[in-house]
Design a protein around this ligand. Structure first.
Ligand code: DX5
Ligand code: ZN
Length: 228
């Protein structure tokens, strides 16, 4: 992960919407077509009502990721697995503030394991929940859907994003938006202060490894809308 920090808009396609039988090729395709980060959605079937993949799969993705592997843990508990995701090669590891009673310690442990630390907020969780974590986090992920699935309807969290942007001030902390991001919603969240945009269905829609240029068109459309 680049050590320098900037708030230029970054598009982070979520491979939850990729072909599950072809992750390596899909990752290479979206990076070739303009993805800035690769968003990896880990789900445990407990914290969220869906199950995806764990450390062995994330380790298998790593050689195909040339940019940033942004791992979103929708799991509880988190702490027992931090070292496994560090070993798997995660650049950013994001835990949900709702995943347990010791998020402060979790973020310390993620950084101690050599990764950038992210903290995620479900739609029902106020921005104030991270007020005492902003010097321990490199990223705050604002969920704009209830986690567990791709392709859901965007929930407008503009007021929360604005509040977070004020709380963060000039700290080198990204605001990442996750869920329902597409060319119609991207401008809203960037105007409110977000800089990393996760998009799954809006990127993979209509494309395939045999037609990767559609991924490029989709990514460019989100970026153009976000930066207009
Ligand atoms: C949902 C995941 C999101 C999701 C985004 O729990 O955290 O990253 O894959 O998918 P879209 O962009 O289709 O809402
Ligand atoms: Zn996610």
């Amino acid at each position: 992960m680049p050590q320098s920090f900037d708030r230029t808009v970054k598009i982070a396609p979520s491979i939850l919407s990729a072909d599950f039988a072809n992750f390596g090729e899909e990752i290479r395709a979206i990076e070739a077509q303009g993805a800035d980060w690769i968003h990896v959605d880990v789900m445990d079937g407990h914290f969220v009502p869906n199950l995806t993949f764990g450390p062995p799969a994330v380790k298998a993705f790593r050689p195909h990721v040339k940019s940033v592997m942004d791992v979103h843990l929708m799991i509880s508990p988190v702490d027992p697995y931090i070292d496994a995701y560090a070993e798997a090669g995660a650049d950013v590891l994001t835990a949900h503030v709702e995943a347990g009673p010791h998020i402060h310690r979790t973020l310390q442990a993620i950084r101690a394991a050599g990764m950038k630390a992210g903290v995620a907020l479900n739609p029902g969780t106020p921005a104030e929940a991270v007020a005492h974590l902003l010097d321990l986090a490199d990223l705050v992920c604002v969920m704009t859907v209830n986690p567990g699935f791709g392709g859901q309807k965007f929930i407008d969290m503009s007021a929360k994003i604005r509040a977070l942007r004020t709380m963060i001030g000039d700290r080198p902390v990204h605001i990442e938006i996750d869920g329902g991001v597409d060319p119609s919603t991207a401008p809203l969240v960037v105007a409110a202060g977000a800089d990393v945009l996760v998009a799954g269905s809006a990127v993979f829609r209509g494309g395939s490894v045999d037609a990767p240029e559609i991924y490029g068109t989709n990514i460019a459309a989100i970026r153009a809308a976000a930066t207009a």
